[in-house]
Design a protein around this ligand. Sequence first.
Ligand code: NDP
Length: 280
Amino acid sequence: MYKLIDGKKISAQIKDECREKAARLNEQGIKITLAVIQVGNDPASSVYVSNKKKGCEYIGIQSLSYELPEDTSEEELLALVRKLNEDKNVNGILVQLPLPGHICEDKVIRTIDSHKDVDGFHPESVGALCIGQLGFVSCTPAGIIQLLRRSGIDIAGKECVVLGRSNIVGKPMALLLLRENATVTVAHSQTKNLKEVTRRADILIVAVGKSQMITKDYVKEGAVVIDVGIHRNAANQLSGDVNFEDVAPVCSAITPVPGGVGPMTIAMLMHNCVESASRS
Ligand code: NDP
């Protein structure tokens, strides 16, 4: 019988810990402020932004909201980021991605002060993770480490396969698992004999962006499976990158979608904001 890894419960624990830390900082006269910038009104982005604001409210973080029109120029956006970099009252800056096509995301991310980069996307944050220095870690992979640890799953010495090599999930995930002393393989669209590779995994992290692609023939008996994918169908139902019904019976533990990795991303964002305020 597999164990269901409960992201709702674990993320609630983390948020409560953040709330306590935020209260202690408030007692010392330190207020925590997150600036959230959204350009345009992509519906999915609006949902994410609204959830982030709700998270801030719960923790006791002030959120400053910048809702800019779709035709905002790159220079206007960069000027706002620079202004927020200078503002001593702002601890974290979050620019909701994706940005409209006429704005270079890379340039915007590089412009954020790395000390306020609570999303962990700045090259300095990624570099710090790579060489084991202090910096902000991308929220989704950081959340997955918490899911594993808090579910009592040992990572050290395990064979971990990360399916996907994006800058936001796959690559930082691999680095974090390495930091936890796992033996790590990263698979992607050019990987040969993919099923053979994924079947080596004691812990399989799936961030492939293809609804229900992973069936039981990709999974070793007794493996732990973490499903990062989120897909919404025409009937508004959510699914992951893993075919849960097929895979769950062969696993020792698995995350559901929804209620697995998703809630952890916001919890870790809150964690990074509180961390930023306490560092400063
Ligand atoms: P990307 O599309 O950026 O990356 C997908 C990766 O999967 C790429 O490395 C790609 O390889 C690889 N890939 C694609 N097709 C195949 C295939 N058939 N076989 C093997 N590898 C393949 O996705 P993200 O990393 O941004 O996101 C992955 C999923 O996680 C998405 O469903 C996304 O919605 C979800 N997500 C969820 C979050 C959460 O909070 N729960 C946060 C972020 C993402 P290559 O590099 O060779 O192209």
